[in-house]
Design a protein around this ligand. Structure first.
Ligand code: NI
Length: 138
């Protein structure tokens, strides 16, 4: 059986602040610079979710993209879009909301739902800006 990677793109806009509460303001400012602005800033995040699986001979699909899109919307977009990642998103609590940490958390949130379809969550790629993006492979 040939394995194919299928990729769904979704978008969300969120506010955050890079801030480590165990440091004082001066150290946060030194390490994170303007990303630590206490009045927040936002990003137009672009998310690529890659699922790996074999082609169903009846449908010709690895996974129905509608099912994958609905899963991402329910687990991620509805919780993160137009929200403050530092204070409003349950699975982002207790960590600095960098792209790295967001990608890992998104992977953990999506993995069970993808596994339930009989496929494997292969990669979460998160673009924070045009030039800065991260990938997590679990
Ligand atoms: Ni930022």
């Amino acid at each position: 059986m040939k394995e194919v990677h299928v990729i769904r793109r979704e978008r969300f806009n969120s506010a955050h602040r890079l801030f480590n509460p165990t440091w004082d303001d001066a150290k946060n400012e030194k390490v994170f610079g303007k990303c630590s602005n206490k009045n927040w800033h936002g990003h137009n995040y672009i998310l690529f979710v890659t699922v790996k699986g074999t082609i169903d001979p009846d449908t010709g699909y690895v996974i129905d993209m509608k099912i994958l899109s609905d899963l991402i919307k329910e687990k991620i977009v509805e919780k993160m879009d137009h929200k403050n990642l530092n204070i409003e998103v349950d699975f982002m609590q207790g960590m600095v909301p960098t792209a790295e940490n967001i990608a890992v958390q998104i992977f953990e949130e999506l993995a069970p739902g993808v596994t339930a379809t009989g496929n494997t969550l292969h990669c979460v790629k998160l673009c924070e800006t045009e030039n800065n993006f991260v990938e997590y492979y679990g």
